[in-house]
Design a protein around this ligand. Structure first.
Ligand SMILES: CC(C)(COP(=O)(O)OP(=O)(O)OC[C@H]1O[C@@H](n2cnc3c(N)ncnc32)[C@H](O)[C@@H]1OP(=O)(O)O)[C@@H](O)C(=O)NCCC(=O)NCCS
Length: 172
């Protein structure tokens, strides 16, 4: 059987109503922190990312030609307050979610994250990719472990406690 294709399309301004709709859903409010979910606030936060004025690079994830989620990467060494070990140049971080709760736990997240990190490692300068799930986000932690991320330790971030998980180019 043919596998449904995954695509990553740079987020665009016309995607923001969909993003706001997803972010207002209960399964995301628990795990994806937004101060306020109005279209104005979402524009204010995500337009700079779309226009490259923010370090986060945002993408919509498509599964079988339909939008299924969101993923972004950022340069971990730029926001050094976040990580206690002051990551070196070449270390990226990623954040992601699935928009519809009916799509959770079907292996979709681990599949698109695997494809996304593979593309990030296509850049020879990228040495390591990190995620920082909350300690009680067992679904996300399990998903990241399936991709190959390893738990390093518990860290205290500006958003609260998180588990630092790392995927190293050498072991991926
Ligand atoms: C995190 C996320 C992207 C993962 O995508 P996903 O498609 O749901 O993940 P997968 O199906 O690939 O893997 C989830 C795993 O967690 C397991 N799992 C789910 N709930 C669990 C629980 N309460 N305890 C233990 N394992 C659990 C699933 O069984 C599955 O493991 P398995 O394949 O070995 O059975 C998605 O769940 C999501 O968007 N969550 C809400 C937002 C979020 O938490 N974002 C991440 C912030 S760090």
């Amino acid at each position: 059987m043919k596998t449904a294709p995954i695509e990553f399309k740079p987020l665009s301004e016309t995607d923001l109503p969909l993003l706001a709709d997803w972010l207002s859903r209960a399964h995301l409010q628990k795990w994806w922190r937004e101060d306020e979910i109005t279209i104005e606030r979402i524009r204010e936060k995500y337009l700079p990312r779309i226009f490259g004025e923010d370090d986060a690079r945002p993408f919509l994830v498509y599964l079988d030609y339909s939008p299924v989620g969101y993923i972004q990467y950022y340069h971990a060494w730029i926001n050094q307050d976040w990580w206690p070990d002051k990551p070196e140049k070449g270390v990226l971080g990623i954040d992601q979610f699935i928009g519809d709760k009916n799509n959770l736990d079907k292996g979709i997240g681990s599949r698109f994250i695997s494809e996304f990190v593979q593309r990030l490692f296509d850049d020879p300068e990228v040495t390591e990719i990190r995620v920082d799930p909350r300690p009680d986000n067992v679904r996300a932690i399990r998903c990241y472990e399936k991709v190959g991320f390893e738990k390093v330790n518990q860290i205290n971030t500006p958003d609260g406690l998180a588990i630092m998980m790392v995927l190293n180019r050498k072991t991926f």
